[in-house]
Write a protein that binds this ligand. Structure first.
Ligand code: 5GP
Ligand code: MN
Length: 329
């Protein structure tokens, strides 16, 4: 919990921070926010990741200091593991031999740390890093503010998702007061892609299908599409959301081929439709409305497996909705 994290930071000096493979805005923003917090306290700290920061996050303060390595080869007083469901998510060999502090906002996370600070009410781990500033008495500098704002902006889907609360806006407001420029940050993240992303999108959108109810939609991305458009894997970020722009679509999947027969799968949903439960069945996880997992098999096998599960999730949520309506009557 928070008090244990504060005590550890007060007592110890040599820290590392890491997050999950293919880090996203919350993983990077929160890791770097914590980096600047610890720097402000004159601690010896470095951020280590298995994968580099995607292009759109390279403007984050401190992104250029991230050490990209496959294993941990120093002894630290503690390693902070940010936004990871289990000890393997960072993809770092020998991590389990360290004193691990697990900081996450997923309710389903395993308690794999010696210290576990989990706050499932936080829209992003970025909110928790902000709270940690308050708890340690560290002033929120412009660097911390930019990192935390990026975490909030990306994990709330630009303040669209249901995890966005009054507290999120309060924190965002303070960050803006500290010097964050919302339009500049948003443009750096969402408006700085390269043309191959558009080419890849045109291939992926061409595969969009929906079921007979119209509530479930899915798309495919193959290695061929990625090669043809000369796109990187991260160029597909955000594609899974497109079908949700249609009113009746309540659940979507993007099956992204990463090697023959292996598909990184992103799931998204609206309202009460729970896709995290589906991802968990396949060793993945996430939040109710945004989750992911890796699936193996042919495309038709995967479709036959996943589409009915998405349909069930929609049905279950509609059942809930009917019940709520009954109660309200
Ligand atoms: P994305 O579809 O953007 O890759 O992931 C959406 C959300 O699902 C992320 O917030 C992340 O927490 C979660 N997620 C994605 N892939 C995995 C996975 O393989 N394992 C777990 N535990 N969570 C995942
Ligand atoms: Mn997050």
């Amino acid at each position: 919990m928070l008090s244990q994290v504060v005590e550890l930071i007060e007592k110890k000096d040599r820290f590392a921070i890491t997050s999950h493979i293919r880090p996203d805005g919350d993983g990077l923003g929160s890791s770097l926010g914590l980096y600047w917090l610890l720097k402000a306290l004159n601690k010896d700290v470095e951020v280590i990741m298995r994968d580099p920061a995607p292009h759109s996050y390279q403007q984050l303060p401190g992104a250029n200091t991230i050490r990209v390595v496959p294993r941990i080869n120093h002894n630290y007083d503690a390693v902070f593991v940010i936004e990871c469901s289990d000890i393997d998510r960072p993809g770092l060999v020998d991590l389990e031999q360290q004193f691990v502090v697990n900081i996450d906002h997923h309710s389903t996370t395993e308690l794999f740390g010696t210290i576990n600070w989990i706050d499932s009410t936080a829209a992003a781990v970025g909110e928790m890093i902000y709270n940690l500033c308050k708890a340690t008495g560290v002033r929120v500098t412009k660097e911390i503010a930019e990192c935390v704002y990026t975490a909030l902006l990306t994990d709330t889907g630009s303040f669209h998702y249901s995890n966005t609360t009054e507290r999120t806006f309060k924190i965002a407001s303070e960050l803006v007061r500290t010097g964050v420029k919302p339009a500049k940050t948003a443009e750096a993240i969402f408006g700085s892609y390269q043309w191959p992303k558009i080419e890849l999108l045109s291939h992926v959108l061409a595969t969009a299908q929906r079921d007979e109810t119209g509530h479930v939609a899915w798309m495919w991305q193959t290695i061929d599409m990625q090669e043809q458009s000369k796109a990187s894997e991260e160029d597909a970020d955000g594609f899974v959301n497109y079908p949700l722009a249609v009113g009746e679509v309540e659940a979507t999947a993007l099956f992204k081929e990463t090697s023959p027969g292996v598909y990184r799968t992103s799931l998204r949903s609206k309202g009460d439709v729970n896709v995290a439960k589906i991802a968990e069945q396949f060793g993945g996880g996430g939040h109710r409305n945004a989750a992911g997992c890796t699936l193996r098999g042919s495309s038709s096998e995967i479709e036959q497996k996943l589409v009915p599960l998405l349909q069930d999730a929609v049905k279950r949520a509609n059942g809930l909705r009917d019940l709520t309506e009954d109660v309200l009557k």
